[in-house]
Design a protein around this ligand. Structure first.
Ligand code: SF4
Ligand code: SF4
Length: 491
């Protein structure tokens, strides 16, 4: 916190001790990988060149006298200023040497360095430019079974009794580890999925143990998450997950009837009570599950309730929008209207504002986007994301799992997904509608598969564009309020 004789206040996440741990860096929901994670931010020395206010800085009012600032062409993160801090910023509407403003005040110097560090101010001739961190982690979705005990209408899997066996699991791990080494990745992230992956628990655990041994020998880092509907995780499996440090993502789309309306059992029965019981069981065992909330037209009015529960129980969560697919096509009540989605998210944001958790929601509430680190694509499809089906077939995206581009027994997985002709995951700044939009490095144009499904084109903005533009400034506000509360407390 910077408070000077001019009473200038400039706050950032740097003023909240240990704040990097309060950000969700990996969206666990649909297994879309998040490439890049912002490093701990160091403030620059006071530049000698005259400073200028950055263009298109988003300014959102907070409580009276305070404002959140976000520089969309920079490296991410929000800064909070008071009225005097805002006036300080206006000093730099024209190129002005910092030294003439600082006039020997250490706290003013700190305030200006923070504004430069968060790309709100910049030296003349050197406007902020996003740094896209190269990917060092290979993420693999392992589709260990086609079976499921639920029948969610938005699911893209044609259910069957087919499941991965030990041989395919072993060959898949062998191929992934060799491919990760060959292509220079430093770590492997495995997502155990299906169907309901826990219905093939024995193979999943063997697979994981094999991956642990192989990664250790190969000098690769390993992390893993079970993507589960949370209906039937028994005590033995929970304990095995805990022992192996496998994270758990549970799908929960609302509380009670809201969840049940779109996640019924095979027999059409409600499942929410079973899921809540599993969450308790996991917490009792020392596993804090991540909640994935899929929003459709059916549950849009109820997501605020499940988010309130998550925040109160200090559970991480991510909100993702329903993506149309062939299996869901016969359910015409899933498609949401833009206005209804914005209003539902508004209510959700109001709940978060009321509770105002210490944990940031910048990586949780923006569908495929986030405001943590700039990204040129919403996911790693075609680059650092491999899908392996129950037979060892390689695909680029789990939504396109039947479009096989290779097999683990004959092909190098990373080469196969990079040369595959399926999903065209274009850079956001090459897409019509996005290339001149200041949010392009943050929504990253949304899900490529969903855009193609809605428009028949890969090279245009997301069908959720209007929603993104409406909610991003509101997320900036939430982050500003959080910084204001917790930075003040720690000051
Ligand atoms: S999808 Fe919309 S909000 Fe996102 S970059 Fe493209 S035009 Fe901007
Ligand atoms: S294309 Fe869409 S569904 Fe597939 S991994 Fe990327 S964001 Fe997820």
């Amino acid at each position: 916190m910077t408070s000077t004789d001019r009473r200038v206040v400039v706050l950032s996440t740097r003023d909240i001790p240990g704040d990097r741990e309060h950000v969700v860096h990996n969206c666990e929901d649909c297994a879309c990988p998040v490439s890049g994670e912002r490093a701990a931010r160091e403030l620059p020395e006071l530049p000698a060149a005259p400073l200028l206010r950055a263009r298109e800085v988003v300014e959102v009012p907070l409580e009276p006298g305070y404002f959140a600032l976000f520089s969309p062409h920079g490296g991410g993160g929000v800064v909070v200023v008071d009225t005097a801090g805002r006036e300080l910023l206006e000093t730099f509407a024209e190129p002005t040497p910092a030294s003439s403003v600082v006039a020997g005040s250490p706290s003013l110097e700190q305030a200006i360095r923070t504004l430069v560090g968060f790309d709100v101010l910049h030296p003349v001739g050197r406007p902020p430019a996003p740094v896209f961190e190269p990917s060092t982690e290979l993420t693999a979705w392992l589709h260990v079974t086609n079976k499921c005990n639920l029948r969610c209408p938005y699911c893209y899997v044609h259910k069957s009794e087919e499941a991965m066996d030990d041989d395919v699991a072993k060959d898949s791990v062998d191929a992934l580890v060799a491919s990760a080494k060959r292509h220079g990745f430093r770590s492997l992230r495995l997502k155990y999925a299906g169907g309901e992956a826990s219905m093939n628990a024995a193979v999943l655990l063997h697979l994981h143990d094999h991956a642990t041994a192989l990664c250790r020998d190969a000098g690769l880092g390993l992390s893993a998450v079970l993507l589960s509907n949370g209906v039937a995780l028994n005590g033995a499996l929970v304990s095995a997950l805990r022992t192996r440090d496998i994270r758990v993502m549970i799908s929960l789309d609302g509380l009670g009837e809201t969840h049940d309306a779109q996640r019924p059992t095979v027999g059409g029965k409600p499942s929410s009570a079973l899921v809540l019981r599993t969450i308790d069981r996991l917490l009792d065992a020392g596993i804090s599950p991540h909640l994935s909330i899929t929003v459709t037209n059916r549950n849009v009015d109820g997501i605020a309730d499940v988010v309130r529960m998550a925040v109160r129980r200090d559970l991480t969560f991510s909100i993702n929008f329903f993506r149309d697919n062939d299996c869901a096509a016969s359910f015409d009540d899933l498609q949401y209207a833009e206005q209804a989605m914005v209003e539902g998210l508004d209510r959700t944001f109001a709940v978060i504002e009321e509770v105002l958790p210490r944990r940031s929601v910048l990586g949780s509430v923006l569908d495929r986007g986030q405001l943590v680190a700039p990204r040129r694509r919403a996911c790693g499809v075609g680059d650092d994301y491999v899908v392996i089906d129950q037979s060892g077939g390689i695909a680029q995206c789990h939504m396109e799992i039947t479009r096989v581009v290779g097999n683990v027994r004959t092909d190098d997985p990373v080469s196969a997904i990079r040369s595959g002709q399926g999903v065209r995951n274009l850079l956001a700044d090459t897409k019509t509608g996005c290339r001149d939009c200041s949010w392009r490095n943050w929504c990253s144009s949304g899900c490529a598969a969903a855009t193609f499904r809605a428009t028949g084109r890969w090279d245009v903005q997301s069908p959720n564009c209007g929603i993104y533009r409406a909610i991003y400034p509101r997320a900036v506000r939430l982050e500003g309020l959080r910084i204001l509360r917790y930075a003040r407390r720690s000051a």
